[in-house]
Design a protein around this ligand. Structure first.
Ligand code: MG
Length: 372
């Protein structure tokens, strides 16, 4: 089998003057083959930048667009294709957008491999370790603490394992944040996990430590990205404190970043995003490094149903997996882009049982939001 084309499809929800939120754009890749298998992948990144990485013409052997690198090659030799993409895009990236683009294509190659073998992707990854896994719900708050409380309560009533709040103004003002968290805790009681995502906004470990002290009575399960992603020393300082678990990693790529993060930042949980860290292939390597160190891995996930399917296939193959992130976005790219999205059933998630990744894209939704 040979790769004949790589199609990049940019999608964006019109924002009508307001700043768009997470989940309101998406970039899908379709890898075409000469045997009529078409693999689907995505990356939670800038659609325009990803397109440039895929379509860039040859500059020299360390600076080649990914399409030119892969055309005519066998899509089933995924490790070889991954290494070729990484080597030929060295000067385009090594991290960031180049790895995001490799991630999207890698997911599509696993989709093709599953289709070609006639099995779901999870069956290619080893013996299935879980029928399904518990999920927690992530939401972006409004300014109304009672709305946050209602969202957390609704997630609990759906059987989810917990609720995570982050984005919008959360993390900017400790007093306002505390009002949200107190309202959420009083709505859900003591037995439901609450997490906070700071997107690095606490800035430095001393301010973050003071915030964690202020929130101690809330009983947070974890504080995510409390300091900027590169501040490994700041992470380590926070991780040494007892109490709230410290998590991060959605902004990191490749096993190399994650190995350094685990060694230097000492997080309690790592959160690679399968559409950014290097795809399913690299996620396996990162998970092996985490398992060796007995660090838990809970993938980041806040994009479309393509990400959710890839993450679910990966996680059910890992004995140590224990939790899945589930977006609660209202973006049509989350709710409608995939015709058969994974939904939590009594708070639990399972991958599609059909061949490959198992996602069917809604062509009308693609046409509606397509920017290229
Ligand atoms: Mg996050």
């Amino acid at each position: 089998m040979r790769i004949t084309d790589i199609e990049v499809i940019g999608l964006r929800v019109p924002s009508e003057g307001r700043r768009q939120e997470w989940g309101e754009d998406a970039v899908v890749v379709r890898v075409h083959t000469d045997e009529d298998f078409i693999g689907i992948g995505e990356s939670d990144t800038s659609p325009e930048v990803l397109r440039a990485v895929v379509e860039a013409p040859y500059s020299h052997s360390s600076c080649v667009g990914l399409k030119e690198t892969l055309l005519g090659k066998d899509p089933l030799q995924i490790d070889d294709r991954w290494q070729e993409m990484y080597a030929s895009s060295t000067y385009l990236g090594r991290r960031g957008a180049a790895i995001h683009a490799i991630s999207a294509i890698d997911i599509a190659l696993w989709d093709i491999a599953g289709q070609a073998r006639g099995v779901p992707v999870c069956e290619l990854l080893g013996p299935r370790a879980h029928a399904d896994l518990p999920a927690y719900g992530t939401f972006i708050p409004s300014n109304d603490p009672m709305a946050s409380a209602a969202t957390a309560l609704s997630l609990m009533e759906q059987g989810m394992a917990g609720a995570k709040i982050g984005g919008a103004a959360f993390g900017m003002n400790l007093t306002d944040d505390l009002v949200h968290l107190e309202a959420m805790r009083s709505a859900v009681g003591l037995d439901f996990q609450l997490m906070v995502d700071l997107v690095g906004r606490w800035g430095d470990p001393d301010r973050a430590g003071a915030a964690l002290d202020l929130y101690m009575d809330i009983g947070l399960e974890w504080a995510e990205e409390p300091v900027p992603a590169d501040d490994f020393a700041g992470y380590a300082k926070l991780s040494r404190r007892s109490g709230t678990k410290i998590t991060g990693g959605e902004a990191l790529e490749t096993r190399f970043d994650f190995e350094a993060f685990m060694e230097l930042a000492r997080p309690d949980i790592v959160q690679p995003d399968i559409t950014r860290c290097g795809g399913i292939t690299e996620m396996i390597r990162i998970a092996d490094l985490a398992a060796e160190r007995q660090i838990r891995l809970v993938p980041h996930g806040f994009s479309t149903g393509i990400l959710n399917a890839a993450t679910a296939h990966f996680l059910v193959s890992r004995p140590e997996a224990h939790l899945v992130e589930m977006s609660t976005s209202n973006s049509p790219l989350f709710t409608n882009l995939v015709q058969n999205p994974i939904r939590a059933d009594k708070g639990r998630i399972a991958p599609p049982e059909t061949v490959g990744l198992g996602v069917v894209l809604d062509e009308d939704v693609m046409d509606n939001y397509r920017i290229f």
